[in-house]
Design a protein around this ligand. Sequence first.
Ligand SMILES: NC(=O)C1=CN([C@@H]2O[C@H](COP(=O)(O)OP(=O)(O)OC[C@H]3O[C@@H](n4cnc5c(N)ncnc54)[C@H](OP(=O)(O)O)[C@@H]3O)[C@@H](O)[C@H]2O)C=CC1
Ligand SMILES: CCCCCCCCCCCCCCCC(=O)[C@@H](N)CO
Length: 344
Amino acid sequence: MSSVLSTITTQFQKSPYLLSSLIAVPLFAFAMPLFGGNKFPVKGRLVVITGGSQGMGKSVAILLAKKGANVAIIARDQRKLDLALEEIKAAAADPETQKFLAVSADMTDHAEVKRAYDEINAWGGCPDVSWSIAGSSTPGYFKDMSPTQLESQMRTNYFSTMHCAHAALNLMTTAPNKPTYPRQLVFTSSVVAFYTFTGYAPYAPAKAAIRSLADSLRQECILYDINVSCCFPATILTPGFEAEELIKPELTKILEGSDEGQTPDQVAKVCVKKLEEGQFLITTNFIGSLMRAASFGGSMRNNLLWDTIMAWVLNFVWWFVRPIMDMDVHKYKKTKGVPPPGSK
Ligand SMILES: NC(=O)C1=CN([C@@H]2O[C@H](COP(=O)(O)OP(=O)(O)OC[C@H]3O[C@@H](n4cnc5c(N)ncnc54)[C@H](OP(=O)(O)O)[C@@H]3O)[C@@H](O)[C@H]2O)C=CC1
Ligand SMILES: CCCCCCCCCCCCCCCC(=O)[C@@H](N)CO
């Protein structure tokens, strides 16, 4: 690493061309997506979607069926799975050749996840894409929640994704025939992984852990020719969202009030489009893209030039946004008092 750095420094002193390449490289990166081709072709390929029985997962499954994929969905409730599978089948581009399967499994349990992936492998061969979408949020005041509730947020969101990545990678790296194209892992986090606030303490850490898993595996998977990406939706108007609204603290609703929400179909469409462009950290709306640019760290950039400019700008945006949101909390405390235990 240090020898690389010293070579760069000496070369930079010797050659005037390096300065121009410093400008040329980002410009090239900026233009790249225009010539890239489809980085997420699914026609004829096997896609596994966890959480595929409702909400975002079902929308993704339907969209990929329309694009010609063979689709296997995993969730717990068999009845919901069966209903969803009918809708997914009906969306198939070619019902004669495409195959569909629903498997019931609890993704929080490693043995169950492995069983589900083995079942899918026996049915349709090694998955080409494993997209984990299963997850759920129970917002609330951290101190009022039981340790069991807090641990379960880590299980349904992080452990489910981790088990799924582990099972999928082990199948993909041991499958007898390696395809000419890269296989792919896709995770589903949330914008609260970039910036979190009151009410999401039970949930956001699990979603931040998913981002960290994506960062780690993106690099490790270079070894196996497998691509890794992670989606970060903001509010999605789904059955899961309706359920969380019933228990969500009033203050959380105020803080996230600027986000009007997207339909699951809209979110599926944007995620798939950006996967096709080859993006790594994928956001689905404007607020999400700002939150992403505000917390890049060492993550892979989608577009070197644009992402760098946005990251600079966002440093100044934080001057205002964070204090404004803190002020909402002070104002709430002043007008309504500290919410008593158990209140929303
Ligand atoms: N809605 C929102 O505002 C946002 C959601 N997200 C994330 O997007 C993803 C999808 O959200 P959304 O569509 O709203 O979710 P929904 O609650 O509407 O659907 C969740 C899906 O996951 C399945 N699932 C849940 N837990 C498990 C489990 N333990 N094992 C297997 N399957 C499970 C459900 O089926 P079943 O219950 O039958 O198992 C269902 O198919 C989640 O990861 C969520 O955290 C991110 C940002 C915003
Ligand atoms: C610098 C940029 C400006 C930052 C402003 C922040 C505004 C907050 C809006 C965020 C919406 C929160 C969505 C939570 C989604 C989620 O994951 C849950 N609904 C769980 O399902």
